[in-house]
Write a protein that binds this ligand. Structure first.
Ligand code: FAD
Length: 569
């Protein structure tokens, strides 16, 4: 008898009248729930079932295993079956799929993937953490050999072997979101030439389009072919071997392998069959204690719908942090504690070929979708540390906040250094219902190589405060094509000559005090500089002299991104 069969039979024989908690899915949500529950309650029986060969593996590390950044597969195994048994007295059943939940009998049916045999297991409490499955669109060719999705260790192993065995040179990644971009980076690490096919006109769909522009430019500079605004039509085998990806536009992209990364869908089949309530976003409906519509069943992780704390809307958010926290909340609830899950704010980060992209809270498009209108935005492009210390790199940062109280609604940032630190600080402020005034005041680490005496987070808060208190009225970039305002570029003539907003006149800040009378007092003035700082100074000067001026936040740097994103003419 195998080790696993042994431990399984002893588990069943030893079954007593103790409360039985069964967990479906043994990775992020399931494993954290199991371990927390054991720490809270030594008396319950806990068993975890996963249809795959491993539990508690690092899904987030899979792209880096493909890229050979992580070369030892064992490093992906965070905890083993034996560790769960020996340290926590938790039985783990791998290669065991849960096929039926019978709510009236309070049993699950499980099928042993090695023998094909099925059996039933009774439960007092059941936790569903089956995750989300990569979407495979019903298009011709998606099941061909050489077309992969990335979800499990065996998936990544297959991709690695395919690259090596076929001496793959080219790849097409379908989908330019988090997983797609991580795969792009890692395929490049393997010396493949990579193309991205993305249906939306931008990569990283959660970002507002103008913040995706530095990322698009970075990818192009690194040699990634970008096919944006173009969907997948089909995949065919080429005569001489290899695949050809055919886009909706008719573009034909040859590839030795194709990665499908067009998103994931909550694995709700078990829950649906059991009659549990499913929400409008396609996830299992749970309360704040992660309890489903059946009081004996909890659900956590990618499979559930949770509240977005900023828009108040239900959402599905397939990220590891929320899955882990929800697993813990479910364990506490099962153990009789009144812990509540606070909801999600979509804090996320991705690194792509040296560039970091991070965001927290709502995007502008998310706010608009949710019908929120009383908000403002500021753009800034500060260095990640003091400019006088060598190596400062710009962070492109957008902050969204509520008018008039200044509550922080969201932030997005892109840059080479220091990006995730700023977004994490803002994320923490959001957790505490913080305002832009809090960001202006927050006391952060500073030494020249790490930050600035006014950290980018402080600056973002100060700018937003200036907007709220009227010190720096801001013009709406999206109205640029329709405004009657006079556009005044306050940079130096050589900067202006290097590129400027159409129809802008040039009056440098350095000459403003002697020449301001040239400007009309009876017309709105929209001021622009490189990143917004000089235009702010000019706004302050002019408005104290009776002019009606406002700042184009983020300056010409923001203009170029908006223009590239098709949001400004
Ligand atoms: P999972 O961790 O997916 O676990 C579900 C398990 O349930 C699976 O092992 C599955 O085999 C098993 N299962 C499903 N149905 C059954 C059944 N009927 N019977 C038995 N077992 C079943 N998140 C981040 O925050 N940061 C990242 O950098 C990041 N990178 C990622 C990279 C990749 C390639 C992937 C795939 C995901 C990444 N994620 C990342 C997302 C993160 O991994 C998930 O949000 C998280 O793992 C969800 O946890 P979960 O417990 O809901 O599901």
């Amino acid at each position: 008898m195998s080790d696993q069969a042994n431990s399984q039979s002893s588990f069943l024989q030893n079954r007593s009248t103790r409360r039985r908690v069964l967990i479906v899915g043994g990775v992020a949500g399931g494993a954290s729930c199991a371990a927390r529950l054991r720490r809270l309650d030594e008396s319950v029986e806990i068993a975890m079932f996963d249809r795959g060969p491993y539990v508690s593996f690092a899904n987030c590390g899979l792209p880096y295993y493909v890229g050979n950044v992580i070369s030892d597969e064992r490093k992906l195994l965070v905890a083993s079956r034996e560790m769960f048994r020996d340290r926590f007295n938790i039985e783990v059943h791998t290669d065991t799929e849960v096929t039926v939940v019978d709510r009236s009998a309070r049993t699950i049916t499980v099928r042993d993937g090695r023998t094909g045999n099925s059996r039933t297991e009774p439960y007092d409490a059941l936790v569903l953490s089956p995750g989300a499955a990569p979407i495979r669109p019903p298009l011709p060719g998606v099941d061909l050999s050489g077309v992969f999705a990335v979800r499990s260790i065996p998936d990544s192993r297959r991709i690695r072997s395919w690259i090596t065995d076929r001496r793959a040179k080219t790849a097409v990644v379908v989908g330019g979101g988090f997983i797609g971009l991580e795969m792009v980076e890692n395929l490049i690490h393997r010396d493949l030439s990579v193309a991205i096919l993305e249906k939306l006109p931008q990569v990283m769909p959660p970002l507002d389009p103008e913040l995706a522009v530095p990322l698009t430019e970075h990818l192009a500079a690194k040699g990634v072919q970008l096919h944006l605004g173009d969907g997948l039509a089909r995949i065919e085998e080429q005569n001489g071997g290899g695949l050809i990806v055919i886009a909706e536009s008719g573009a034909r992209l040859p590839a030795d392998l194709v990665i499908l990364a067009i998103g994931v869908r909550p694995e709700t089949a078990l829950a649906k069959d059991a009659g549990l309530q499913i929400g409008p976003r396609g996830g299992i409906v749970v309360d704040a204690q992660m309890r489903t519509s059946d009081p004996s069943i909890w659900a956590v992780g990618d499979v559930v719908e949770v509240q977005d704390v900023l828009t108040g809307q239900e959402t599905v958010l397939p990220l590891a942090g929320p899955a882990n926290r929800q697993g813990r909340v479910a364990a506490e609830s099962i153990a009789g504690r009144e812990t509540h899950f606070r909801g999600v704010q979509a804090t996320a980060v991705v690194g792509v070929l040296g560039l970091t992209v991070a965001s927290t809270g709502a995007s502008e498009k998310g706010l608009r979708r949710a019908g929120v209108t009383s908000f403002q935005r500021v753009y800034l492009h500060p260095g990640h540390h003091a400019g006088y210390y060598p190596g400062a790199q710009a962070i492109h940062l957008k902050l969204l906040f509520r008018v008039p109280d200044g509550r922080i609604l969201g932030a997005q940032a892109v840059g080479l250094e220091g990006v995730e630190k700023r977004i994490d600080v803002i994320a923490t402020a959001i957790q505490f219902n913080g305002t832009v005034h809090d960001l202006a005041e927050v006391e952060l680490c500073y030494a020249p190589q790490f930050g600035a005496a006014k950290d980018p987070v402080n600056l973002a808060g100060m700018l937003a405060e200036n907007v709220l208190n009227g010190d720096m009225p801001v013009a709406d970039w999206l109205e640029l094509d329709h405004t009657d305002a006079l556009l005044v570029d306050v940079r130096e003539p050589d900067e202006f000559a290097g590129g400027h907003i159409p129809n802008a006149i040039n009056l440098p800040l350095s000459q403003l005090r002697s020449r301001y009378a040239e400007l009309p007092k009876d017309r709105d003035l929209w001021l622009c500089c490189a990143v917004g700082q000089r235009a702010y100074y000019a706004t302050r000067f002019l408005n104290q002299r009776g002019y009606r001026s406002c700042n184009l936040s983020g300056g010409y740097t923001t203009y170029k991104a908006l223009k590239a994103a098709g949001l400004a003419g």
